[in-house]
Design a protein around this ligand. Structure first.
Ligand SMILES: *[C@@H]1O[C@H](CO)[C@@H](O)[C@H](O)[C@H]1NC(C)=O
Ligand SMILES: *[C@@H]1O[C@H](CO)[C@@H](O)[C@H](O)[C@H]1NC(C)=O
Length: 300
């Protein structure tokens, strides 16, 4: 008796289930690097008779109770008016895949703050359904810059490593003897939402040793070789000193040359020839009367 009931129930429900729209996510989470592109896929079933004209798709971004519209299509028509400005020109639906039952969203030039949950909502004549997909945009700490200088107060070297990335990374310092060293580390957030980590250690300048800073999340590192690196710096300072001396010599030669030319012109009487003109110009500026032969007679 019971089996018959279930069979009857199934026969009744089956046609309904078959036409109900269901949406599935190609993947539940994606990871992509800053500046790259990502394509996130939602699949819908069944396809209606006019898959393009019947289709309404929306992609929404949410994170920590904030929400932004990424993309919207209503009955085959793309709507841009309510799209959040952050996604303008960066988000599109791969419309050529609609006929296969795909609503694939492409987001280009990814920013850190594109990280969040993307919800695809799909509606056709067969009903509506949605799925959530997580996107994480990362920026590995790749390029590490290093700097070394001598402390002015004490006889110590200050070694500095700096790098940018997201999410935040631990930094460790070690020396030649696998010894962990205590560092002072500061973190600031850049305009792009990256963490700029600056880490410093102070070491004895007289001791021969190697020091390495490592950004643990990416494995990027830089090494300092003491005393080789300090000699390199002294070498650079010597180079700068040589350049300054050369520029100084050139300026001095130019000044001497100019002086010689001036003396030469003076001896040729160039300056003297100019004098009457100078005198008349001065008179014009100060509105003095021109010296005439009868000016003396008037005064008398
Ligand atoms: C997200 O980051 C981008 C690039 O750094 C920036 O231009 C944009 O204004 C940010 N958006 C928001 C809502 O903070
Ligand atoms: C520092 O490391 C380099 C290469 O890793 C090695 O050749 C050198 O001997 C080391 N220096 C010292 C002082 O141990």
């Amino acid at each position: 008796m019971k089996w018959i009931n279930i069979f009857i129930l199934q026969v009744m429900i089956q046609p309904c289930l078959q036409v109900m729209l269901t949406t599935t996510a190609e993947r539940t989470s994606y990871k992509a690097e800053l500046g790259r592109n990502v394509i996130m896929g939602c699949r819908f079933f069944p396809l209606s008779q006019h898959p393009y004209e019947d289709l309404t798709v929306s992609w929404h971004w949410t994170s920590l109770a904030r929400s932004r519209e990424v993309y919207q299509m209503e009955k085959g028509q793309e709507l841009n008016s309510s799209q959040h400005s952050d996604f303008r020109g960066r988000a599109r639906l791969l419309t050529e895949r609609i006929k296969d039952g795909w609503a694939k969203l492409q987001v280009t030039r990814l920013c850190i703050n594109d990280t969040g949950t993307y919800q695809c909502k799909i509606r056709t004549t067969n009903g509506a359904d949605y799925k959530d997909i997580k996107l994480t945009v990362t920026a590995p700490f790749k390029k590490v810059t290093k700097d070394i200088f001598k402390s002015a107060k004490e006889d110590k070297l200050v070694l500095t490593c700096q790098s940018e990335g997201y999410p935040i990374s631990k930094v460790t310092w070690g020396d030649n003897h696998q010894q962990r060293l205590n560092a002072s580390t500061t973190v600031v957030v850049t305009e792009d939402g990256l963490f700029r980590i600056t880490t410093q250690i102070r070491v004895a300048s007289s001791q021969k040793n190697n020091y390495t800073c490592s950004f643990n999340s990416s494995g990027s590192s830089r090494s300092f070789f003491i005393p080789e690196d300090t000699q390199l710096q002294k070498g650079n300072q010597r180079k700068v000193a040589v350049i300054i001396a050369a520029v100084g010599a050139i300026i001095r030669l130019a000044l001497i040359g100019l002086l010689i030319v001036l003396i030469y012109l003076h001896q040729k009487g160039f300056g003297r020839n100019m004098e009457p003109d100078w005198a008349s110009r001065t008179r014009r500026i100060f509105k003095l009367p021109e010296p005439t032969s009868n000016s003396r007679a008037e005064r008398v």
